[in-house]
Design a protein around this ligand. Sequence first.
Ligand code: CA
Length: 234
Amino acid sequence: MPNILLVEDYEITAEGIIFALENDYESFNVHWSANGNDALEHFNNNDIDLILLDIGLPDINGFDVLRKIRKISEVPVIIITARDAESDIVLGLEGLGADDYVTKPLSPRVLVARVKVQLRRAAIQLGTSITNTLETPTTKKVFEINKDLHQILLQGQVVGLTRAECKILMHMVEHPNRVHSKEHLLNIMHDRPTGALENTIVTHIKHIRTALNKIDSDNEYIETNRGLGYSLIL
Ligand code: CA
């Protein structure tokens, strides 16, 4: 049963989350910490599979908690923040490496669904030698993903990418022929520092195209959908 650390100082919110998680059919163990220091201590002494982290805490704020955790662990973290706190969300996802966010007021069902997505993602990344080979009609366009090594191969050759670019392309290979918005791709690569947001993605896509082109200059893999985003065409 997955162990979840819930960091939330507001008791009513915490109770709602605990109820939703413990009564879901998949069921989770939830430990509740009402402040940041307690959460860090609990995290250091237990096997935690996922953290739900409120930003406004009475002792140290959630961002500091996240910073400390990221120094030692890649555990999935979902931040809990106010609905309109856009800068909190961007800092959490981009600057500090949170995996997802939910906004208050919370929908417990949405929260549980997002917890499951993150746990599945983490399980896939931990799995040994998971290699997905996508065979495509043109056979020349064959991608292989090695999640252990964070590598993508095109026609048997490693595509030379940074870690962030690898995440983006991996996501696109797994979900081909559909448009991914820049915002969505930013969420996928979450561990980049903050900067000119849209331009960051534009630059990464450019590098990915160049890297793919080095291996196969006959095909265009990534299509720009003006105003919408990008798609990987297979
Ligand atoms: Ca709070």
